[in-house]
Design a protein around this ligand. Structure first.
Ligand code: TYD
Ligand code: MG
Length: 456
């Protein structure tokens, strides 16, 4: 018998190595290499029965001859999800939904499955039994639908079930629980995830049936398993939420068929996820009282826009040397902004303690939050509240000039989506203001100009 070939794979990023190594050279994580058996024989095709691929089907086409119709997107009957997908589910696309355990991924997709009455949905779960799924459907008050449900983790059996049911939409909960007999490593390992995702990809492209995959995420918030998974799929959606509030945010991290700046908002209720079409209702419930020292910044984390709350506290220094302390913000940048306020605007802050905190325990190094930091500091210093409907997206330069920031359209539309009425940006960003936006955009040149809009 031929010797089995094994390779070591980094469980974090999917890098390969013929030998075990302690530290992954590509993602620099320690102890992530695991030995997996690699199959060299070409796997037999499981999807050909109804696709009937033959040589004469393989033909390259001229780009002008390829027909596309925008209208054939599948309506998921869920407006927020449609929006995040860029107008509905594209036939033959493969969508990955990631999120922390318990955030509501299974609930969201089961709810979508049960509501898509004009589609034949096959919901395959490797995590819950049929009874549990039925109980969840009862909880969602959606038992009349004729969605098909299957508890299965074996890819070959799933392929059989798909041929039997002939669904028009397939949902897989979750890709990490699936395993294929063609690969010998255990479910959830890099080679299994890659193989199974590859099979679903092949199926989706051949049959034009969209496949929605649920994916787990790791402790540090990235999608569990390999980055390769993200490359293989057409769209990656991220489901996030706040444990203390019932709302959930669905964003698109990657989308081959639409923009990644859209987001969908839901509220988890006892009977499932409610779509929140007016997002300001949840933002407003956070703060029923206006407080000084708080300013909202529209920032980007990677490609993702989000609004964050900057809190500042300015008080007279109790000891000789004033303290400057920050949480989630670069202290050197704070010192620079304080020097600008002192020298260019004439505020006497040299003898004051200044504390800056980014709410929610996150760390931001986007310079676009500068203006919000400056306004929060002045708001606390003067003890004047900033209107909670205004937000900021601009960098502050050394001479007190307001500098432009990248992706301003995304920041503005995020602010608008979250219910803000005004946003302060740099004059140099004015050209890029999206047309038809309802939010009032205030473009300024100098720090001093901002105050008349904010503190009146
Ligand atoms: P679930 O969809 O199982 O999360 P995931 O698949 O992302 O791990 O969500 C489970 C949580 O949602 C659980 O804590 C209970 C809550 N939940 C509700 O609050 N209301 C509901 O109607 C349902 C079905 C779940
Ligand atoms: Mg689940």
């Amino acid at each position: 018998m031929a010797k089995q070939k094994t390779t070591f794979f980094c469980q974090n990023c999917g890098a390969e190595s013929p030998k075990w190594i302690g530290k992954c050279p590509s993602c620099l994580q320690w102890n992530t290499f695991v030995e997996e058996v690699v199959q060299k024989t070409p796997p037999k095709d499981q999807w050909t029965v109804n696709a009937g691929i033959s040589e004469n089907k393989i033909q390259a086409k001229r780009i002008s001859d390829i027909e596309v119709s925008e209208l054939n997107r599948i309506d998921t009957q869920n407006e927020e999800l449609n929006r995040v997908l860029g107008g509905g589910l594209v036939p033959g696309s493969i969508v990955l939904l990631g999120g922390e355990p318990g955030i509501g991924k299974s609930t969201l997709l089961l709810q979508v499955a049960l509501q898509m009455i004009n589609q034949k949905v096959l919901y395959i779960s490797g995590e819950e039994s049929e009874q549990q799924i039925r109980m969840r459907a009862e909880r969602l008050n959606l038992t009349l639908s004729d969605t098909f449900v299957l508890t299965e983790t074996n890819m070959q059996n799933i392929a059989f079930a798909i041929k039997q049911v002939q669904p028009t939409v397939v949902i897989i909960d979750s890709i990490q629980t699936m395993h294929s007999e063609l690969v010998e490593s255990s479910a959830g390992s890099i080679s299994q995830i890659r193989e199974c995702a590859g099979e679903f990809h092949k199926f989706a492209k051949q049959s034009n049936v969209p496949v929605l995959l649920i994916g787990h995420i790791t402790k540090d918030g990235s999608l569990a398993g390999p980055k390769v998974l993200e490359h293989m799929v057409d769209s990656v959606l991220q489901f996030e939420g706040d444990r203390n509030y019932g709302y959930r945010i669905l964003r698109s991290v990657k989308n081959r068929f639409g923009s990644t700046s859209e987001l969908g908002i839901y509220e988890m209720q006892s009977s499932g996820l409610r779509q929140v079409s007016n997002p300001s209702e949840i933002l407003l419930s956070h703060r029923d009282q206006m407080l000084s020292g708080i300013a909202i910044a529209s920032t980007l984390e990677g490609m993702r826009p989000m609004l964050i709350e900057i809190q500042a506290l300015v008080s007279s220094a109790a000891y000789g040397t004033p303290q400057r302390s920050t949480t989630g913000f670069d202290p050197r940048r704070l010192n620079m902004l304080l020097a600008v306020l002192e020298k260019r605007v004439g505020f006497r802050l040299a003898s004051k303690d200044v504390f800056v905190n980014i709410a929610g325990g996150i760390k931001v190094d986007d310079p676009a939050i500068d203006l919000a930091v400056v306004c929060a500091i002045l708001s606390s210093n003067e003890d004047i509240e900033i209107d909670d409907k205004i937000c900021f997206a601009a960098e502050v330069g050394l001479s007190g000039e307001i500098r432009s920031v990248n992706r301003i359209e995304q920041r503005i539309s995020e602010a608008e989506k979250l219910g803000f009425e005004r946003i302060v940006i740099s004059k140099f960003n004015q050209k890029a203001i999206p047309k038809g936006s309802k939010i009032q955009v205030i473009a300024v040149n100098k720090v001093e100009e901002v105050f008349k809009y904010v503190f009146t």
